[in-house]
Design a protein around this ligand. Structure first.
Ligand SMILES: O=C1C[C@@](O)(C(=O)O)C[C@@H](O)[C@@H]1O
Length: 267
């Protein structure tokens, strides 16, 4: 279970748009080290998609370091999905960036990596793959939720849960690649960027592996490059998300529009 790792709270009164901003109150004073918080849609009154799915860059107004902490109005819900918020407050105007959450989903028998047909899949374990994904995500400024299941229904439920929660899906559907219309339908339904990964080159193997239902729902496919395909998939996902982003680099307009501590005593 994920634990609450920091105690920041978001409050806002109007719907999010890319041109306004939220008030962010942290128990931690503005600092240069990262804070990880759980999302709190019920607290901040925005949809989970706004928090996690959308590309967002929040610019905090002047005065973060001067604000007295408000009483907490609620706690971030623990949902198993998280986002990282990084305070960088070397300057008077601190900037808060969300990390888009990418679900990395693995299908049946991938828990057996390392012992399963090593001549085909190599000797690395699924834990190694998870570590690789975490490292790559860190480098790319993404957050990952890495999961594996042997159940088709569970995999489909996880895909469905991504809607409104994740910014994209990297999936190695394993055996369900070649059989599951339902998984394909779920991926089509969530309407998120999808990158399909296979450790082995499915086109060099048995004929039945050449057909992938999942590919119908995938933006791209990486196969045959071993587990590094996961890292490549995350890189591709970062690019896809960048392409969706139309935020200007210069947030000065938002800096001007957002004065959360205006009028406050001591601000
Ligand atoms: O389980 C797997 C693993 C696999 O998805 C791969 O990663 O190469 C390829 C599938 O055909 C197979 O059923």
């Amino acid at each position: 279970m994920l634990s609450l790792r920091s105690t920041a709270i978001l409050t806002r009164s109007s719907p999010i748009s890319s041109s306004n901003a939220a008030t962010v109150v942290g128990r931690e004073r503005a600092c240069d080290r990262p804070l990880t918080v759980m999302k709190a849609p019920s607290v901040i009154g925005v949809s989970e998609r706004d928090v996690l799915g959308a590309d967002m860059s929040w610019t905090m107004g002047r005065g973060l370091t001067r604000r007295k902490p408000e009483p907490l109005k609620g706690w971030f819900r623990e949902t198993g999905w998280e986002t990282d918020w990084t305070f960088s407050s070397a300057h008077a105007n601190a900037r808060l960036m969300t990390r888009p959450l990418i679900a990395v989903l693995n299908g049946p028998n991938l828990n057996m990596l390392g012992v399963r047909q090593p001549e085909m899949y190599g000797s690395v374990t699924l834990d190694d793959v998870e570590a690789l994904c975490a490292e790559t995500a860190e480098e790319l400024g993404l957050a990952v939720d890495f999961r594996q299941t042997n159940g088709e229904g569970e995999l489909i439920s996880w895909v469905q849960e991504c809607r409104g929660r994740a910014a994209g899906i990297v999936i190695n559907p394993a055996g369900y690649t070649h059989t599951s219309v339902a998984l394909m339908d779920a991926l089509l339904a969530v309407d998120l960027p999808v990158v399909e990964v296979h450790i082995s080159n499915i086109h060099r193997r048995e004929t039945f592996r050449r057909r992938s239902y999942v590919s119908q729902a995938a933006d791209g496919i990486i196969c045959g490059l071993g587990v590094r395909g996961y890292a490549l998939a995350l890189r591709a996902m970062a690019d896809l998300l960048d392409e969706q982003t139309d935020l200007p680099d210069d947030h000065s307009d938002r800096d001007q529009a957002f004065h959360p501590y205006e009028g406050e005593e001591g601000a």
